[in-house]
Design a protein around this ligand. Structure first.
Ligand code: ADE
Length: 216
């Protein structure tokens, strides 16, 4: 997958490259590119935002700035999904994550300030996505959430040498997770379920399936 992020804070995405799941698939299943709207803005002095028509507080990311950024990377041709992150979009859930993870290429648009000029959502994006019903100060954290959730669904993202799968893995269906325990087997009287210590992988599997929590 080729994953492109457009942002005003490209540095915020750097640590992702060094950590799983991104680090595990970077250069093989994943190409991650981060673009700064300021680098291609057609406005003077790196301007990217403006006051809203009709008045009001805050600044709005301009449509011409986003169009110029997209054109500089894709030319006039965009044949993949362009996801704008806003608090009012379709709520991200595991079903949408699975859908996005199937795409060969994906673009994420994040905004600071009060958000996007509506024309960016109407004409330059294919999807408008929210990570939850609350308002954050920008789309960077939402974009990182999408990157993480999507990239962990790429082949090899969750395996480390051993080929073992994590709980939140295709082996148990992408939307599912079971409780984990590790040593010590008893702490302050809080015990690990006996089945998990039994070494009986059939029973352990059954127990885990029974205790799955749905992420949907
Ligand atoms: N930008 C600000 N808040 C957001 C949210 N909850 N989801 C996606 N983008 C956002």
């Amino acid at each position: 997958m080729r994953l492109d992020v457009f942002t005003l804070i490209p540095g915020a995405f750097e640590w992702l490259r060094e950590r799983r799941p991104v680090a595990a698939v970077l250069g093989t299943e994943l190409e991650l590119r981060v673009f700064n709207y300021r680098d291609t803005t057609p406005l003077r002095a790196g301007q990217v935002d403006d006051e809203p028509y009709g008045g009001g507080v805050g600044m709005v990311l301009r449509v011409d700035v986003v169009a110029a950024a997209l054109d500089s990377v894709y030319g006039g041709l965009r044949d993949h999904r362009v996801v704008a992150l806003t608090p009012k979009g379709r709520q991200l859930d595991q079903e949408l994550v699975e859908e996005l993870a199937e795409e060969p290429a994906l673009t994420l648009l994040s905004a600071r300030f009060e958000g996007f000029d509506q024309r960016i959502l109407d004409h330059l994006s294919t999807d408008v996505v929210s990570i939850g019903p609350y308002v954050l100060s920008g789309g960077e954290i939402p974009a990182m959430a999408v990157v993480d959730a999507v990239v962990r669904r790429l082949p090899g993202a969750l395996t480390e040498g051993s080929g073992e799968v994590e709980s939140f893995s295709p082996a148990l269906d992408g939307g599912l997770e079971y409780p984990h325990y590790t040593r010590p087997p008893e702490f302050r009287g809080w015990e690990v379920p006996e089945i998990l210590l039994s070494g009986d992988h059939g029973r352990i599997d059954a127990w885990r399936r029974e205790h799955v929590r749905s992420a949907r």
